[in-house]
Design a protein around this ligand. Sequence first.
Ligand SMILES: Cc1ncc(COP(=O)(O)O)c(C=O)c1O
Length: 583
Amino acid sequence: MSNPVPDAIIYIDPDQPMNLQNQIRQRLVDGILNGSFAPGMKLPSSRKLAKQLDVARNTVVAAYQQLIADGYLVSRQRSGIFVNEEMLEARVGHRNVSSPAAKAESAAWQRRIREMPAQRREVHDQPNWRHYPFPFIDGKFDATLFPIAEWREANRLSLGVADVAEWSTGSGDADDPMLIEEIRTKILTRRGIQAGPDEILITMGTQNSLYLISQLLADPATTFAVEEPGNYEMRNLVHQQGAAVKTQAVDNGGLVVDEQLADVDVVYVTPSHQIPTAATMPLERRQALIHAAADHDFLIIEDDYECETNYMDHPLPALRSMNTDGRVIYAASFSKALAPGVRFGFLVANPDFIRRARQLRRKILNHPPLNNQRTAAYFLSLGHYDALMLRLGRVFRERRIELRDALNNIRGIPLEISPEVGGTTYWVRTPREFDVANLTKEAEKHGILIEPVQHYYADTDHAENCFRMGVTSIAADQIRPGVAQLVKLIRSLVKEQVEHLSNSAGRWLTGDELKETGCRSQRRWLCLCLRRNQIRPRRCRTRMGNPWISAIGSARCRYFAARTEHDDGYGILNAIRRTRSGR
Ligand SMILES: Cc1ncc(COP(=O)(O)O)c(C=O)c1O
């Protein structure tokens, strides 16, 4: 694989026009100036960095030499190459970030900051995912699918003299009327939605729409129901506004509609393809949700995520298209179909809500760029959007079938995959004791990206044995080789998973596992025994001191698995004792 650089201090992009030597110089200079590489820090040897970056050693040597000549680095005989401590001091405005003055200043603004989004569970993209041969991660865009010629044509038309005259002066806070009309007649009709121009607001993608909605609806007096597992970004937004977040279970039909929703003010739901399970909400449940909204007087935010990639013959109507008394606020995005970089989405809601959302949007930006809105309008009006939908449907279906078949043909490892519902992902469940976090890390080292799923859960104790595999960013012919490599890796990890006392990581027993032991009281002793390399919780029958048995006395116990040569169980006993005394 070209450049996964898991341990390298910088990464480079072989596809960039800038040559490799200059890229290395630029990345190092950036790191030194922004403080990532502290003054005095030792850099990897040229040999090591060249290996990590998969470039010729001479390329790194030349970059280092130039940086030494420029004063960014210093070379010390027989010690190596270091960031020049004097370099930053010589710069106007530089302050040592760890100096007392800088610390005091930092405390001064930190005290005043109202919200620390970083304290919430944030998920960061793998920036160089493109360089991995097997990027099975969902939602990343395959640039080869972008309709370059068609977008260029639409863009050229938007630069006509009359068009420029329309969009160049700005419009206050109005959107491009041509785009609104195209969305109304070409996109919303596909989803069964009828809307007037005053019921539509253009946004910079669904994330932007959800931000506007959360600002308008969430406050400490409101309760939002969100899917569990579900969109963590929405949870964070609602939380940030001080509203209560109530998690609502998800099953094969998406969000479960039951009495739990009786006391909420707003329900956020992804009915087309539930994020992250990809379940599609059936019609009856859609109707039940609409009825529940009327009965219990709550609003619904319908995030029509991935409505484009529904391969069913008759896509189900959007909730917004059903008879809802205007209770549904609908959000959709061009990110999956066109490209996330285009940053376009839109909201559909009743005119009063849209008016308020527009006022709020105006505080951030008057409107998304009108030249781009006009380009999107031409793109739709020329029929390119519909043609693109068809093409993407074909491509993603083919890739998805490829992935399904590859996963279904695995022998010897019990992997369970989600039922066929469309979308672009599969939800993969491994045996319960398998360590998916470790698999994710190891897979990355082998050029395979998969997505762990814990961050979709508000309750971290769930689904540690699941991961997602998507097909939006991987070519069809890479899917089978990628799955084959992954399976090979899983097999080797299963073998390695035989733990020893010295390397045992241990894990929390779940409530279900505790129940399985038949131990009714949390205070009763639990015992664990070892049979044919499997940890089995067992009802305690014998006295302490029996090598098969150890005792733990709380509902959430940490036990250590020592699946080992010690098939007699001594290993386990000792390991548990070690934990107990170490607690
Ligand atoms: C649930 C959900 N809705 C919508 C989107 C699209 O968001 P945006 O339009 O901001 O790219 C995403 C992106 O991953 C998502 O996870």
